[in-house]
Design a protein around this ligand. Structure first.
Ligand code: CS2
Length: 506
């Protein structure tokens, strides 16, 4: 989810005089797949909050398929809640962009046309609320990342003291947070006597639908009891499991894609061949025929969500912290060290007994496919990018599994090494003494803790385990303290590479 404005001249003069646009589609090389529908006939049915790379490589592609199948009133209006960069890059391109699917076998380019407009929330918050309040909007979906929910990850409750939440309660007509926008638009619909939209969270949160429903209702209750009641009874918040690896787009990606197109695309997205979307089928206001585009519709997404968070995202985070500390820039590079790959598999295998999957789910095959995906040499997925926002990610990725394993009387040593990797990482200094650019809403607090304890494993581990927003009651468990302290001691002593290489679970 890029935030930098791409350095592309507005006239696209890097690649001849052409810029990707509706008018220039006819100039594209034959092998570049194009929207198979007349874009001028499409109208919006979805507002998407947080139009970053992930959305554009995942949900927007599904919608592109559905538009080609005739679902003409399900186009997307994207919204950025912070920066105008996406709008600035895509507006001169009629919101078209390239999906570049990369594997060892090469790259396939496809132009996606399902995004019809881009709102920039801070510029015109009222306009975004009006779009969401328009009865034509039947779904409001979100990819605002874990921290975008302004909640306490450990409990799933709204963080009433979050500065954006405090602001939005004071200024309900000009909100900043996703939650503030959802509640403002729902309130508008309620007053107008209109049916609500369905809220579709597509972030890697545990029980994402349930969680966003709870946060929205808690926020609404701070405004009006009746509004909260109406939301509770009328609004559907289906949970979803989303999966596609989408690294941040780089300058190199932009120029490679633009060369392949023979014209400039200021903001393509680059991804892997794999894509999966599992959605709970609760859409009182209607939905497109998702299944026609390969989306799996289920009545309860929880087991799949847990499987993905505890196998994919957990091992991803483990590789990110330990791989970064060992000097690896990308996940694929980390995976070339077979001890790291074995460690990632061990994280997955440790999570498996904590899952209750529907019959026929083959977790071993799923794990094997994850290892393959992580090893995709064509994806430049930085360990640093995945290491971001650990305070928001650890609970659902690693800690929930540890809690379950402790309950089952099993060892937590494998996960403890991953958590210790995070602790070592958030000290802000790497193994060579260089600064780490730690991005996390709690970065300052974590750094202050690390400075106060110094690099002393037992003191640092104890102090970090006391951060309740992250660890809850697990932090006080002596078995947790013991395992994490031992792992951190080892990390300080021998470094991440050696700690992983010599790791043997008890
Ligand atoms: C990654 C995810 O950045 C991260 O934290 O673990 O974005 C991951 O790539 C996706 O969830 C894959 O579906």
């Amino acid at each position: 989810m890029s935030s930098e404005t791409p350095k592309i001249p507005p006239n696209g003069s890097k690649n001849g005089d052409f810029r990707l646009s509706d008018a220039n589609l006819r100039r594209l090389p034959g092998q570049v797949r194009q929207p198979a529908y007349d874009r001028s006939l499409i109208s919006p049915g979805i507002v998407h909050l947080g139009i970053g790379a992930f959305h554009r490589a995942h949900q927007a592609v599904v919608i592109d398929d559905l538009l080609a199948g005739g679902a003409m009133d399900w186009g997307i209006v994207g919204a950025s809640l912070r920066s105008p960069a996406t709008r600035d890059a895509l507006a001169p391109q009629d919101c078209l962009y390239t999906l570049a699917v990369r594997s060892g076998a090469g790259t396939e380019h496809r132009i996606i046309g399902s995004v019809l407009a881009n709102e920039v929330a801070p510029e015109k918050p009222g306009q975004l609320i009006a779009r969401m309040a328009d009865p034509a909007t039947r779904i409001v979906s979100l990819t605002v990342t874990e921290k975008g929910y302004c909640h306490t990850p450990q409990t799933g409750d709204l963080d009433e003291h979050h500065p954006d939440i405090a602001h939005d309660l004071q200024n309900p007509g000009t909100p900043r947070s996703a939650v503030g926008f959802l509640v403002a638009a729902l309130a508008r619909r309620r007053i107008a006597g209109a049916a609500p939209f369905t809220v579709l969270s597509c972030d890697n949160l545990s029980a994402n639908g349930h969680t966003v429903g709870r946060i929205v209702t808690q926020f609404a209750a701070l405004r009006s009891r009746n509004l909260a009641k109406w939301i509770e009874t009328e609004v559907a918040f289906p949970s979803t499991m989303v999966d596609r690896i989408v690294p941040e787009t780089t300058e190199a990606d932009r120029s490679a894609v633009s060369s392949a197109l023979g014209m400039t695309d200021a903001w393509p997205v680059v991804t892997e061949p794999f894509t999966q979307w599992i959605v709970e089928d609760r859409f009182p206001g209607g939905r497109p025929d998702f299944a026609a585009a390969g989306v799996q519709l289920v009545s309860d997404v929880t087991p799949f969500e847990h499987m993905k968070l505890r196998l994919l995202n957990a091992s991803h985070s483990a590789l990110a912290y330990l791989g970064y500390l060992a000097g690896h820039e990308t996940i694929a590079a980390t995976m070339t060290d077979e001890r790291f790959a074995a460690f990632a598999l061990q994280v997955m295998q440790n999570a498996a007994p904590t899952l209750a999957m529907p019959e026929g789910t083959d977790l071993a095959a799923y794990s094997a496919s994850l290892l393959k995906r992580f090893s995709n040499p064509a994806l430049h997925h930085r360990t640093w990018q995945i290491a971001m926002d650990g305070s928001q990610k650890l609970p659902q990725r690693l800690l929930a599994t540890m809690q379950d394993r402790l309950r089952m009387g099993r060892s937590i040593d494998t996960h403890a090494l991953a958590v210790a990797g995070w602790m070592r990482y958030v000290t802000g200094t790497d193994e060579q003494g260089r600064a780490i650019d730690v991005r996390d809403p709690l970065a300052a607090k974590l750094k202050a803790i690390a400075e106060s304890t110094g690099p002393v494993a037992d003191r640092l581990a104890s102090a970090l385990l006391e951060v309740e927003q992250i660890f809850g009651t697990l932090g006080a468990d002596p078995r947790m303290r013991g395992a994490v302290t031992a792992a951190l001691e080892k990390l300080f002593k021998v470094g991440a590479r050696e700690a992983v290489r010599t790791f043997r679970a008890a």
